[in-house]
Design a protein around this ligand. Sequence first.
Ligand code: PBG
Length: 325
Amino acid sequence: MLICRPRRNRKSSAIRALVQETRLHPSDLIYPLFVIDGAGQREPIASMPGIYRLSLDLLLKEIGKAALLSIPAVALFPVIPKEKKDEEGSEAWNPKGILQQTIRAIKREFPEICVIADVALDPYTSHGHDGVVDERGEVMNDETIETLVRMALVQAEAGVDMVAPSDMMDGRVRAIRESLDDEGFHHVNIHAYTAKYASAFYGPFRDALSSKLKFGDKKTYQMNPANQREALLEAALDIEEGADIIMVKPALPYLDVIAKLREATPLPISAYQVSGEYAMLKAAEQNGWIDGPMALLESVMSIKRAGADMIFTYAAPQIAEWLQR
Ligand code: PBG
C-alpha cells in the first residue's frame, strides 16, 4: 500500500498555491536600462529583442511604466559615444556626464524609485576593459580603484541610491565605502557585484554599449566559471569591506553559487539575469521553440528559489505584467 502520495498536494490549483514555497513579486525585480544622448531616441538592440537604448525623455516614460507595475528599482547603463571614450575612461567622473544627468532627472521625477548605477570603466574606455590598463595591457588594480572612487562620488553627488561596483578589482568596496563616508554619503548603499564570472553571456550587453574588448579578455579580474569556493572568498571580502548587498552574475548558470552564498551570509543577495540569458530565451521564443513567458517566469523563479532576494532582469516589466494578471 502506498501511504505517501506527494501528488495529493498537487491535485488542485488551490492546494498547489497553499504549498507553493517560492513566490515572485514585482518588488523582487530590478530593471536595467540603457541610456543614450539626445531626445526622442529609441534604438533597438538587435541581440536583445524588446530592449532599447533610450534617451532621457523616453527613459523617464519607461520608468513611469515600471513604477506603475510596482518595480522598485532601476539599474542604469550609459551609452558613451566613441568620441568621449579614452584610455582612462575619464568621462566616467564627469559630473555633467550622461549618467549623472540621468540619475538627477530620475530622482527629481521619481524620488521613490531606487536608482542603482554601475561603477566600472568599461562603458567609458576606448579598449573596453573595466579598469586602467598599463603598457602591457594589464588591468591595474590600485590605479583603477582611484578612478572607481571618483566615479562613485560623482554618482553619489547626483543622488544615486546605490553604487554597484561591477569591476571585480580587489579592495574596491572598502575604498568606495571610505570615500563615500568621508564625503558625507553614509546613506549610499554599496551593491557589490561579488561573484561576477568571466562569462560568454555578456555578449549582447557589450553590443548595447559598443564596449566590445579591443584586446584580451576579462579573466584576470572576473571569476573562472569553474569555481564555486572562490565565490565564498569574494563574498567574505566584500562583506568585511562594507557591502550592503552582494550579487551573483550571471544567474541561471550559477544557481549553485547563489545557494552557497545564501547559506553563508545573512546579507541580501541579488542575482543578475544577464543579457545573454535574456537573448537565449527571446531567440527560442521567436523561433516558436519554447513558450517564452512561461520559460522566462520559470527561470526567474528558479533564481529566487536558489536564494536570491532580488533579480536584475531586462524582462522586469514583462514579468511584472504577467504577475499582475
Ligand atoms: C560592466 C558590466 C557588464 C555587465 C554589467 N556590468 C559587462 C561586463 O562585465 O563585461 C553585463 C550585463 C549583461 O550582460 O546583461 N562591468
